[in-house]
Write a protein that binds this ligand. Structure first.
Ligand code: HMG
Ligand code: MG
Length: 301
């Protein structure tokens, strides 16, 4: 998928918007997705085919995906919790899906109303059908560093769930710090355990929420361990309705600036990305809270 050093996996249209209360017109979401592709993003998580009652903001998923302009070379994954979601995704023309579960039972129950084991069972037919279609697939492991209901989550629980997703054949597992509590030592502990369990670094992505300002420090730690895919949200929006305390995802503009300065290629152009960030800021009617969204890149005088 990428000739670059790092894959920047954009979750703004999905994770970024799913917890927004005000109605966002489908048109504005489609424009956001277009501007993200203009900026060079090649993986843009577009929406979720979940129960509209669970996430009202993404109730327009069918309409959005059907109308979305698909650019060559861009992957537009969508979240699918069950066979009902899969059927909707198929009808709307998806070709990349993400299933999602968690390392803590309490969060899994709150988020998708099943146990972890039941979620894995439910994914089996979904992923089998996706494989038959030749689709790209990803599995999320949420609450890998802490759970809003249970507290600390040990790395053994993360490894156990990630392993089951790999056994189900997902192309990639994204490890989520859903409520943004991790620091670099936690990243070394959890990612170290995943690598030790035999899950290759190129099948892992990290999904950091920047709730407490540790997002980029966590990226740096994961890079040192060989992880090369990072989830981020342009404009720094984000949160999960079932994770009290979850604030914005790591901002894509902060990540891109950091990677540029580190000399790592990723294919995203910062100034163009800031156009997308401003669009979403105007759509939501509030100023950007991200560091690079406020300061811009550094133009060396
Ligand atoms: P449930 O209530 O247990 O399921 O929900 P159900 O099968 O009893 O269905 C209830 C109703 O929803 C029924 O409708 C179904 O037809 C309908 P009713 O008969 O009441 O009118 N329904 C659906 N409708 C449309 N599409 C579907 C679908 N499925 C059922 N796919 C369910 C279970 C999983 C559906 C629900 O709990 C749900 O949709 N949860 C999604 C929650 C969610 O999207 N959370 C945010 C994403 S995860 C996240 O943000 C974390 C992540 O970013 C990583 C990280 O940060 O860690 C990925
Ligand atoms: Mg998230």
């Amino acid at each position: 998928m990428s000739d670059h050093d790092v894959r920047v996996y954009e979750v703004g249209p999905r994770d970024g918007l799913q917890n927004e209360r005000g109605a966002i017109p489908t048109e504005a979401k489609l424009r956001f997705i277009d501007l993200l592709a203009d900026a060079g993003l090649r993986e843009i998580e577009a929406t979720s085919f979940v129960a509209p009652r669970a996430v009202p903001q993404l109730a327009d998923a069918d309409d959005l995906l059907t109308r979305m302009e698909r650019r060559a070379g861009v992957r537009y994954p969508v979240l699918v919790p069950n066979e009902r979601g899969l059927a909707r995704a198929e009808a709307a023309g998806a070709d990349a899906i993400c299933v999602f579960t968690a390392a803590s039972e309490a969060f899994t129950k709150a988020n998708i109303n099943v146990s972890i084991a039941q979620s894995i069972d439910a994914f089996r037919p979904v992923l089998a059908r996706a494989r038959d279609h030749g689709w790209w697939t990803r599995g999320y492991v949420s609450t890998a560093f802490g759970c809003p209901y249970q507290g600390e989550v040990g790395e053994a629980a993360v490894v156990a769930v990630a392993r089951q997703l790999v056994e189900l054949g997902v192309d990639e597992v994204s490890i989520g710090d859903t409520i943004g509590v991790a620091a670099p030592g936690d990243v070394r502990r959890v990612v170290g355990a995943l690598l030790h369990a035999g899950i290759a670094a190129d099948r892992l992505a990290m999904h950091f929420h920047d709730t407490r300002g540790t997002g980029l420090a966590n990226v740096a730690a994961a890079l040192e361990l060989g992880i090369r895919c990072f989830d981020a949200s342009t404009g720094g929006t984000g949160g999960c309705p079932y994770a009290p305390g979850a604030a914005g995802n790591l901002a894509t503009e902060d990540l891109v600036y950091f990677l540029d300065r580190e000399g790592l290629t990723h294919g995203v152009e910062l100034d163009a990305l800031l156009v997308a960030a401003r669009h979403i800021s105007e759509t939501l009617g509030r100023p950007l809270s991200t560091k690079v969204g406020q300061a811009g890149g550094w133009r060396v005088p």
